[in-house]
Design a protein. Structure first.
Length: 161
């Protein structure tokens, strides 16, 4: 089995465990807790998911498509830390967040890519609606099958369950 297949299996198991940790009692209607899912557009484009671990930390991920480099499938997951007091707003909140994680890309030519990812972004959390909107940028350092640097940029929205 190729190393990329082992990595994709590991990412799938990790993602399943993270999403499986969502318990009914943790889920709220506020973007400050629980689980949210929505869409992200850019590179990649797909489904965005986020789960709050605490008031300031979360795990997020995207399953989708990257249209660069003949890619069929893109998966990334990150650990995020949020700073809520940097950008004051009258209603809701506008945290700056940063963190890091891993990224996996399945390519048409069979030379799949695996790398580490850093991310910085901003998210507007509505005060009275279970919705957030976000924009982020993520430099990536692919390490398999060779070393190369890339960048992911996305904007999106999520609904909180």
């Amino acid at each position: 089995m190729k190393i990329s297949h082992w990595m994709s299996l590991g990412l799938a198991i990790t993602g399943s465990l993270c999403l499986g940790s969502v318990r009914g009692s943790d889920v709220g209607s506020s973007p400050h807790s629980g689980f949210g899912a929505g869409l992200v557009f850019g590179d990649p484009t797909g489904v965005s998911m986020k789960y709050w671990l605490s008031e300031k930390s979360a795990i997020d991920g995207v399953v989708g498509w990257s249209f660069a480099d003949e890619t069929n499938f893109h998966l990334h997951t990150d650990y995020l830390y949020h700073l809520f007091d940097l950008i004051p707003v009258d209603t809701g909140s506008l945290p700056l967040y940063f963190g890091g994680g891993v990224r996996y890309k399945v390519r048409n030519r069979g030379d799949d890519w695996f790398g580490i990812r850093a991310v910085v972004g901003v998210s507007y959390l509505f005060q009275d609606l279970p919705i957030d909107i976000f924009g982020e940028i993520g430099p990536i350092l692919d390490v398999v099958p060779s070393v190369r640097a890339r960048l992911s940029i996305g904007i999106g929205a999520r609904f909180w369950f």
